[in-house]
Design a protein around this ligand. Structure first.
Ligand code: FES
Ligand code: FES
Length: 168
């Protein structure tokens, strides 16, 4: 049996420490060691986007990252989106626009969309489709997902304006 490695990192804002096999993927570590099962396994080879998470704010397929590689890094999973019991605007917009059917792709879609809105708060439809090209959905036909991301972008911008207003 391979020697296990100790990993210290921050996941969803919390310090975590765990032991893993050096060959275990971040996806396996999240799901099987940290019990963060929101992140889904689809293809396990970098093609479907179901396992998308943010690593230091950058969108990655967690099936292609080793758990040991997150030593000292910050990971955000779908469990880290809601704050103080309130859904993230993206989660609410996905619900309101019926952008979820079986839901298997949804955590990955949400994380990819979050990475997009963090970089581009007002994306065009084309930009959304381009950005989400690495996330596959078998159910929705994508239109509702694109609408939901557009809607969420408006909500996030409004939230930011309100927050700015209350600071002045
Ligand atoms: S499970 Fe990672 S990209 Fe499909
Ligand atoms: S909602 Fe079923 S795969 Fe996307």
């Amino acid at each position: 049996m391979a020697t296990r490695v100790r990993v210290s990192a921050k996941v969803n804002g919390e310090a975590v420490e765990f032991l893993c096999d050096p060959r275990q993927s971040l996806l396996e570590c999240l799901r099987d060691i940290l019990n963060l099962t929101g992140t889904k396994e689809g293809c396990n080879d970098g093609n479907c986007g179901a396992c998308s998470v943010l690593l230091n704010g950058r969108l990655v397929n967690s099936c292609l990252v080793l758990g040991a590689e997150i030593e000292g890094q910050e990971v955000t999973t779908v469990e880290g989106l809601a704050k103080s019991g309130e859904l993230h605007p993206l989660q609410q917009a996905f619900l309101d626009n019926a952008a979820v059917q079986c839901g298997y792709c949804t955590p990955g879609m949400l994380m990819a969309s979050k990475a997009l809105l963090d970089r581009n708060p007002d994306p065009t439809e084309e930009e959304i489709r381009f950005w989400l090209a690495g996330n596959l959905c078998r159910c929705t036909g994508y239109d509702k997902i694109v609408r939901a991301v557009k809607d969420a972008a408006t909500r996030v911008r409004q939230q930011d304006l309100t927050a700015e207003g209350s600071e002045t």
